[in-house]
Design a binder for this molecule. Structure first.
Ligand code: 4UV
Length: 546
């Protein structure tokens, strides 16, 4: 319902009952009901079929926790980095580290050594978990960061060779000869301690460490469960886990909240059409979190018929806008599914909005989950007072899932919160008379490609390193399949010449492939800026989008 007070103006509260704050360590929360399904499958790899029951997953995590402490002397407040594609061992690494009292920073496994080294430096991680194929990249990243940290590597089978210099992850999770009583509970631990440190550029600038606590994440899991229609998450439902676990959507919504409910995660290391279809067909995927490009794939791919997805009951899209007509086309092809939408951001663990039971307002990203409040602050406002129904402005939220702030970054925190702990989303939205929210635009500079973050500031820094480039600015243009594509305008140094291909190739060598300048490079005489030197991003879009 809608409220008003002198300080906040108008603000909305959730239609759901408040959630219960859990106040327990996150691994205990995830395992709270584990007895109910201990012998059922928790995670299975769609490529190799290797799998773990809930009991095996939990025991392996605990074994990992013991060895992190006893073999590597890692304790609170040390940070462990995971740089893995989706696989059944991912939750073992994450929940084991948490049980040892550590916090976890999650790194995109397709990052370049440069990108990884920045996150290692910034997070000051003391231990790395990676894959066999990613090992060389991790070594290079450590070298770039000037770090010597142990790297444990997950082999995808017992026969896959361990690279020289790597630690065998399987040895660290072996339940043989492990003394669980040697595990020391972290000293002075509280449920408000950091448990995850994912990275997000937020409303401006370079990626920053987002401090998320045990209570932030468990609150969001509770909020998600309460807002899910009752029949949409059943015991041993299979969830094709294609959204990457390093991103908060995959981490909380797919991995942690579903492991807490006895679901079966069918993990996919990357999106490949045949593997994805196998997860739906052979593994009988029944609930599915996706991003809009995957929904488009499902609509358009001739091989993926309704019959192959016959087990599929519930689909939830998020991380980027999806068109109402695409939702309708999806439901025409898969009429036996329920289509839901979610909206969130890393800084909110992530869920901020979810469509409720029986929703047919497909243009809406939903209503507020339990214990969450929101207000709409007009873009031209001089204060931070919220306005009423159908008026647009910046969406601001608060609730138990909202981060305490970015790590070591008081300036960014100052910009990101309005007084009263209101998180500014950087998204433009309004709500209707029934409390349904609609995201209409993004005012922050962030570009989203296939739902992934592409911070313009990061690409601008890469471009500025090019010897021929004087200045550059990056913005997003619409892209039919991926949502957006990054485009650069570039000012060359005096007397230099270059081709657009040359500049784009330079960037492509240094960033993960979804950050490539797919939207092209345009040479200009100057970058539009305001008197204080800030890039006028609105002007960029208006002037150079065609
Ligand atoms: O920080 P981030 O990369 O976080 C995400 C989170 C997506 C989620 C989370 C929980 C869900 O249940 C779900 O369905 C999706 O992507 O990027 C945050 C920004 O992404 C845009 C918006 O600009 C956020 O500030 N965004 C996220 N979801 C939507 C969206 C959406 N449904 N519609 C439009 N934009």
């Amino acid at each position: 319902s809608l409220h008003y007070n002198a300080e906040d103006g108008y603000y909305k509260t959730s239609p759901y009952d408040p959630i219960k704050i859990q106040n327990v360590p996150l691994h205990e929360y995830v395992w709270r009901d584990f007895k109910k399904w201990e012998n059922s499958t928790a995670a299975v790899c769609v490529i190799t079929d290797r799998q773990y029951t809930y009991a095996q997953l939990r025991d392996a995590s605990a074994a990992f926790a013991v060895r992190l402490q006893t073999k590597f002397k890692l304790f609170k407040p040390d940070i462990l980095a995971i740089c893995l594609p989706n696989m059944p061992e991912y939750p073992i690494a994450a929940l084991g580290a948490i049980e040892a009292g550590l916090a976890v920073t999650t790194i995109n496994p397709i990052y370049t050594p440069d990108e990884i080294s920045r996150q290692l430096t910034f997070s000051n991680a003391k231990f790395l978990v990676g894959s066999v194929t990613g090992f060389a990249t991790l070594r290079e990243a450590c070298q770039l960061a000037g770090k010597q940290i142990p790297i444990a590597v997950v082999r995808s089978s017992e026969t896959e060779l361990l690279p020289a210099g790597a630690i065998d992850f399987f040895e660290l999770i072996s339940t043989e000869n492990v003394r669980y009583d040697e595990l020391c509970p972290p000293k002075d631990a509280t449920p408000d301690d950091m448990v995850f440190l994912p990275f997000s550029s937020g409303t401006t600038g370079l990626p920053k460490g987002v401090v998320l606590s045990h209570n932030n994440i468990s609150s969001n899991c509770e909020q998600i469960q309460d807002a899910l229609p009752i029949d949409s998450l059943q015991f041993q439902d299979t969830l094709p886990a294609v959204l990457p676990f390093f991103h908060i959507y995959g981490l909380t919504v797919v991995m942690l909240s579903k492991l807490g409910k006895g679901a079966r995660l069918a993990t996919l290391p990357a999106f490949k059409p045949d593997d994805f279809i196998k997860a739906l067909d052979t593994y009988k995927g029944s609930i599915l979190n996706l991003v809009p490009p995957i929904a488009l794939f499902m609509i358009n791919h001739p091989k993926l018929t309704k019959d192959l997805a016959s087990a599929l009951r519930v689909v939830m899209s998020g991380a980027a806008p999806i068109g109402q007509n695409d939702v309708e086309r999806f439901l025409q092809k898969f009429p036996n599914t329920r289509f839901m939408q979610g909206y969130g951001m890393t800084e909110a663990s992530p869920v901020i909005l979810m469509t409720p039971e029986g929703n047919t307002r497909y243009a809406s990203t939903g209503v507020l989950p339990g214990s969450t409040e929101a207000k709409i602050v007009p873009l031209d406002a001089t204060d931070s007072k919220g306005v009423g129904a159908r008026m647009t402005g910046e969406l601001c939220v608060r609730g138990p899932q909202v981060m305490s702030g970015y790590l070591n970054n008081p300036e960014a925190n100052e910009l990101t919160f309005f007084p009263g702990k209101w998180l500014r989303t950087g998204d433009v939205a309004f709500f209707d008379e029934d409390g349904y929210f609609y995201i209409t635009d993004r005012m922050k500079e962030l570009i989203k490609v296939k739902g992934f973050q592409v911070p313009p500031a990061e690409l601008e820094a890469v471009l500025r390193d090019h010897p021929k480039v004087l200045e550059a600015a990056v913005f997003g243009i619409p892209h039919e399949l991926n949502g957006e594509a990054p485009r650069a305008i570039v000012v060359l140094r005096q007397n230099e010449t270059a081709t657009a291909e040359e500049i784009a190739a330079y960037v492509a060598e240094r960033v993960a492939h979804y950050k490539k300048l797919e939207g092209g490079v345009i040479f200009v005489d100057e970058v539009p800026k305001n008197p204080t030197g800030k890039i006028l991003r609105k002007d960029l879009k208006e002037k150079y989008s065609d």
